[in-house]
Design a protein around this ligand. Structure first.
Ligand code: GAL
Length: 405
């Protein structure tokens, strides 16, 4: 039998643009109107209005924490114009969680940017960072008395690679130079944001907050043991998994390590070009594993391997996302149970993991993939916005409530 400690955090995550609906002032909405994306987010899950209903479900499922993001473009739809009514909205969201004994974990950047910010060059321009930092300071001042856990930036490398290397997310560019620039600028932004948040808490004489990023980690594995593949796995692990974490650790700007883990990346490289080394994966289904509905390899052991590697940093770890999109609810439960088993194994071997946050509480808008992939613990009927709790969610609830598998 597996046992988790009684103070372990159990919860699920969402992000504003994926669930709220009507985020008309951000760059994603703008791109969606341009028709280049598969689907538009439009009303999404109407979580902006239905959050209390959704949190009642989270409570029923035994959650004691919940991760969500504050939408910058709602707070500051035009440069320098801050909307008190939207700040008030997030006060209500947090109060609703707290009244149910659910600890908020607040993300400040989850892929979307205000249109005015992206039109001026967004994260490619270091000098524009001050706008994000002004927003961060405002949010820290507003919410410091009710929020302990912060995620400054969600998956910086997923953002920079999808938006500037692969070109599949706004602004749709394909430039290695800009990808590097944006990545470095995001690291800088986190370092400054971390210091700003801590200063706000110090000035108000509040207990130290816990500030981190949510880093997307992948289990990079070899397809065939060629030299090219070995170099690819080495580079991907160093750059993709560790670059950010190590850069922020050097500046002492992580209070915990937030990790988002989904599965395996099986490297099989066609030639020595840098894009190939960084991106090519096996096309022939060698070493087959079960897959989610987007074709991603399900690989719970990868989570264990990564957690063991992260142990050397001696920081507490929070699983800020882990999840599967599938129509097969038995597979969903297998995925969750498999990852919890590996997580527990790492805890037994001395890794300090203090919480597990599933992606996602509800089915939602999966970026360029639209509404097809279903990651939720809760099914959404997009015709009428009806919420239905999946059986897998109830099984996870048993674990959250008892700490036992
Ligand atoms: C993460 C991201 C989420 C969600 C999830 C499933 O990379 O933070 O927004 O989309 O993947 O793909």
């Amino acid at each position: 039998m597996i046992k988790f400690s009684h103070d372990f955090l159990w919860g699920a995550s969402t992000s504003a643009h994926q669930v709220e609906g009507g985020n008309i002032h951000n760059d994603w909405w703008q791109a969606e109107q341009g028709g280049v994306l598969k689907e538009a987010s439009s009303q999404a899950c109407r979580h902006y209005e239905l959050y209390a209903e959704d949190f009642a479900i989270a409570k029923e499922l035994g959650h004691n924490c919940h991760r969500f993001s504050i939408e910058w473009s709602r707070i500051e739809p035009q440069e320098g114009v801050f909307q008190d009514s939207e700040i008030e909205h997030y006060h209500k969201v947090i109060a609703e969680l707290k009244s149910r004994g659910i600890e908020p974990v607040v993300t400040l950047h989850h892929f979307t940017n205000p249109v005015w910010f992206s039109q001026r060059g967004g994260w490619t321009k270091l000098k524009l960072q001050r706008y994000f930092l002004r927003f961060v300071e405002k949010m820290a001042k507003e919410f410091s008395s009710v929020v302990k856990f912060w995620v400054t930036i969600n998956e910086p490398l997923v953002y920079s690679s999808h938006s500037y290397l692969l070109g599949v997310w706004p602004p749709g560019e394909r430039s290695l130079f800009k990808t590097v620039k944006v990545t470095l600028n995001l690291a800088q932004a986190h370092i400054q944001a971390y210091r700003i948040i801590h200063k706000v808490y110090q000035d108000k004489k509040l207990e130290r907050p816990m500030v981190s990023i949510a880093a997307n980690l992948q289990a990079f594995e070899l397809c065939r043991p060629t030299l090219k593949n070995k170099l690819a796995v080495y580079l991907r692990h160093k750059l993709y998994n560790l670059y950010f974490i190590e850069a922020l650790l050097r500046k002492r700007t992580l209070d915990y390590i937030g990790i988002n883990y989904y599965g395996r990346n099986l490297a099989d490289v066609e030639n020595w070009g840098i894009r190939h080394l960084l991106l090519d994966t096996c096309k022939y289904n060698h070493h087959p594993l079960r897959k989610n509905s987007l074709g991603w390899d399900i690989y719970p052991q990868g989570l264990y391997k990564l957690l063991i590697l992260l142990k050397k940093y001696s920081l507490p770890i929070l699983i800020t996302e882990n999840g599967v999109c599938t129509e097969d609810d038995d597979l969903k439960w297998d995925y969750i149970r498999g990852h919890l088993e590996q997580l527990n194994k790492s805890i037994e071997e001395g890794v300090n993991v203090f919480g597990y946050i599933y992606w996602s509480l509800i089915d939602n808008f999966e970026w360029d993939k639209g509404f097809g992939p279903r990651f939720g613990l809760v099914h959404i009927d997009y015709q009428n916005q009806k919420r239905t709790i999946r059986a897998s969610a109830r099984k996870l609830a048993e674990v959250s409530k008892s700490g036992l598998i």
